[in-house]
Design a protein around this ligand. Structure first.
Ligand SMILES: [Zn+2]
Length: 275
């Protein structure tokens, strides 16, 4: 087995081989840095790496142009990213959690694009050990080109966006901070909005708009609870004194011509219904 990067020749680290994913068709292995470099030129590499040989990668890097770095990260409207490495897991625990999470996603019949593999692999680091996924969709911050996922757990909504081998951008919205969620239908990419007291975070989903809407319907049930009735007039039982007082007023209004006979009758009936 090869323990040096086939491209740059550097010794492979445990980070490079942790998930055993950088194997090429000819048995060469890429270090993460080289894979990142190559995948910046051609994203397809990430899903079909084992179909390419080291020669393919070399010619790709020689001929390709590097995709422009995304500068959106500096946008000050974005909430602060949570450190995605908050759970430091042993290799075994990581694998166990990733397996559990993948099983959860299967159970949810999660319909995600292949570009979200990197985000899924981050989840063991992000989710608490007993934090389950209730629903998930492909979605990213509006105005970004990164792929990403949006998921809801019993305590929060989390967005994860990861460009290969750079730190994942993780944002969380705790249940207690979410005022409501809303949805803007759009033929191409509906927008899911998370409203907190001081900000609205907007996510769009290009991958599958129906699935995104299902996701929204799910979180809508959680976060858009019926507001308690503030207009208690309908609910409140009036005492008979109050009703008769109101009836007298109504009668005066009719006599002074402010209410017509019909309006009077209608109001009178409403009042009597409250008895
Ligand atoms: Zn390398």
């Amino acid at each position: 087995m090869n323990d040096h990067c086939g491209l740059c020749g550097n010794k492979l680290t445990s980070m490079d081989t942790m998930l055993g994913e950088n194997l090429l068709s000819d048995g060469n292995i890429l270090c993460n840095k080289c894979l990142e470099k190559a995948s910046n030129i051609n994203q397809e590499l990430l899903s079909d790496l084992h179909q390419f040989s080291i020669k393919d990668i070399q010619s790709l890097i020689q001929s390709g142009t590097v995709v422009q770095e995304n500068t959106f990260e500096d946008d000050e409207n974005l909430p602060l990213a949570v450190n995605s490495n908050q759970n430091v897991l042993s290799k075994d625990l990581y694998k166990k959690r990733l397996k559990e999470i993948k099983r959860e996603l299967e159970g949810l019949k999660a319909n995600l694009s292949m570009f979200t593999k990197g985000e899924i692999k981050e989840l063991p680091h992000i989710l608490g050990l007993d934090e389950t996924i209730l629903a998930i969709t492909d979605a990213q911050f509006v105005k970004t080109t990164d792929a990403g996922i949006l998921l809801v757990t019993p305590k929060r909504i989390i967005s994860v966006s990861k460009v290969m081998f750079s730190l994942a951008k993780v944002h969380e919205y705790l249940n207690e901070n979410i005022v409501e969620v809303s949805f803007v239908k759009n033929f191409l990419s509906p927008v899911i909005k998370i409203h907190t007291a001081d900000k609205i975070a907007e996510f769009e989903s290009f991958f599958n708009k129906d699935y995104a809407e299902d996701f929204y319907n799910f979180i809508g049930k959680i976060y858009n609870k019926e507001k308690p009735q503030t207009n208690s007039e309908e609910v409140k039982k009036f005492s008979s004194e109050e009703v008769f007082e109101q009836l007298e007023k109504l009668a005066q209004l009719r006599e002074s011509g402010i209410l017509t006979e019909e309006e009077f009758a209608e109001q009178k009936k409403k009042l009597l219904d409250k008895l």
